[in-house]
Design a binder for this molecule. Structure first.
Ligand code: FAD
Length: 488
């Protein structure tokens, strides 16, 4: 059968492209290798925008120019400035577009103290977007073919004219289309590609949160068809995670495996050391991308969050200093720190110890290093200034009153952020283009398969919610570009 548009992937990017193209009068089929829509998008809690009606209602006033310049500076101008501008300019309109189609927004929230409120949270998280778009797509007559894995692009005289896919029984099925949007997410589950193209490191590679079936298919298909590469090294590192068991590492975290209290405790700016017992970071630097980067350089890529009994009491009686997104906002009182830690204590992943000697022995740290670091840190707490990492004085709380607590944090990531080189219209750039302007006619890429938005790191400091915003906005732009290509 023939369609105007074949979309590969039914996550935020693919569904946004499908709805946009269908609303413009195109016939559209969406293929997804899983049984449901949503992809990694269902795990996202907030989406970036500047100038939305929700921000205006709260008096949040950020200028797009300012955020754009900040992003370009943060990325050392390695990002594609036209693409960044296109996404930033469209982002508020996309919030309203999603709102009109049934996404239920809560509010632009502060992910951590002082963070700009660009992160628009949603009821039911990312599902609120994908379910609303799936419903709209179906009402518009868009077909969604599940358990259908795209494998190859069909080219005729240099144009992309469809996709070869495998159905659930492994049969080859051809989907003819005047245009194709690749929106199949990144390559988080393809360990070989992760090793080859990123510097994530083995422990991080194993902790791919919320990623199922992201084997880089769309990226490989596009490269095979002559697409240029961009941003393959960028990994969206996450916060330190508490999961350990091997069997859960490669799976999406199920709700039951996610204990918000211990995860929130792990995030608190206490006293963080590496496996040697050495402090390595400014604990009041809240960007999870920066935490992940710093952890990635430590032995085993792990951290130990250490605190004393006074801090335990503080978290129970005064509440936490740093919120865990929508799960445990700032000020949440942990009913019992030890109860929250218990499952990890049972797994030998968290400890309560009467002395630092015991703590070093149980965690495997070098006692002399740990003691020297505790001493040094306590002295900074006493004088109210961290001479080493300039931690914010508000969070300088000593490690002095036994018992001492430690939780081991593992590196995580929530996906890859590059692959196919696109322009600001999401057209795919040819690898053999000398000018960098020649495109593969009929081929578009959106969301995590496409590069160009970042330098070496996702920006979790200024533009919170940008990967989801990139997915949905680039999906919309792809849909609009396809309509132009089709002459609709
Ligand atoms: C735990 C977690 C929390 C997050 N929180 C946030 C947040 O708060 N804010 C934010 O901005 N970002 C967040 N992110 C990142 C964000 O979710 C992603 O960047 C974004 O959803 C990517 O959308 P996408 O459409 O490109 O990919 P996806 O939503 O992953 O969709 C890709 C789809 O393609 C399908 N597919 C793959 N291969 C094939 C194939 N060969 N054929 C057919 N279909 C295929 C997949 O099954 C999937 O359904 C989070 C991610 C995770 C995992």
């Amino acid at each position: 059968m023939e369609w105007d548009l074949v979309v590969v992937g039914a996550g935020g990017a693919g569904l946004a492209a499908a709805v946009t193209a269908a609303e413009g009068g195109a016939s559209v089929v969406v293929l997804d290798r899983l049984r449901v829509t949503g992809g990694a998008t269902v795990f996202a809690k907030g989406i970036f925008a500047i100038g939305s009606k929700f921000q205006k209602a709260l008096g949040i006033d950020i200028s797009i120019d300012e955020a754009f310049l900040q992003h370009m500076y943060y990325t050392h101008y390695l990002a594609n400035a036209r693409l960044v501008r296109a996404i930033f300019d469209k982002a508020a309109d996309t919030i309203h577009w999603l709102d009109e189609r049934g996404t239920e927004f809560i509010q632009p929230a502060e992910l951590y103290p002082g963070a700009p409120r660009t992160w628009h949270t949603m009821k039911r998280e990312g599902k609120s977007i994908t379910k609303a778009l799936e419903k709209t797509a179906k009402e518009l007559g868009v077909e969604i073919h599940f358990r259908t894995r795209a494998r190859k692009l069909i080219l005729r005289e240099g144009r992309v004219v469809g996709v070869v896919a495998e159905d659930k029984d492994g049969n080859r099925v051809e989907y003819g289309g005047k245009a194709v949007v690749i929106a199949s997410g990144g390559f988080a589950n393809n360990e070989e590609m992760m090793r080859k193209y990123t510097q994530a490191g083995e422990p991080t590679i194993r902790m791919a949160f919320g990623q199922v079936g992201k084997e880089g298919d769309g990226i490989l298909m596009a490269w095979e068809a002559g697409a240029a590469k961009e941003g393959m090294h960028v990994v969206q590192r996450g916060l330190a995670g508490v999961m350990k068991k091997k069997e859960v590492l490669k799976e999406a975290p199920k709700k039951s495996q996610f204990d918000k209290h211990i995860t929130a405790i792990l995030k608190q700016p206490t006293f963080w050391v590496n496996a040697n017992g050495e402090r390595f970071f400014n604990e009041s630097e809240f960007s999870f991308a920066h935490i992940g980067n710093a952890m990635s350089k430590q032995p085993g890529q792990v951290l130990f969050n250490v605190f004393d009994d006074a801090y335990r009491k503080y978290m129970e009686e005064e509440g936490i200093d740093v919120g865990l997104g929508v799960f445990a906002p700032k000020g949440t009182k942990i009913p019992s720190v030890v109860d929250a830690m218990q499952a990890s204590i049972d797994k030998d992943e968290a400890w309560v110890c009467d002395t630092l000697e015991e703590l070093a022995a149980k965690t495997g740290m070098d006692l002399a290093t740990l003691k020297a670091n505790v001493e040094e840190y306590n002295a900074y707490c006493d004088k109210g200034h961290d001479d080493l990492f300039a931690k914010h004085p508000a969070y300088l709380k000593p490690v002095r009153t036994p018992p001492f607590y430690a939780i081991k944090g593992h590196p995580t990531h929530v996906g890859t952020l590059g692959g196919i080189k696109i322009n600001h219209k999401t057209e795919v750039i040819r690898a053999d283009s000398e000018t960098g302007l020649d495109v593969i006619p009929g081929l578009y890429a959106a969301g995590n398969v496409a590069g160009g938005m970042y330098g070496d790191t996702y920006d979790a400091s200024h533009t919170l919610g940008l990967t989801l915003a990139f997915a949905v906005n680039s999906g919309r732009i792809a849909g609009e570009s396809v309509l132009k290509y089709l002459g609709k």
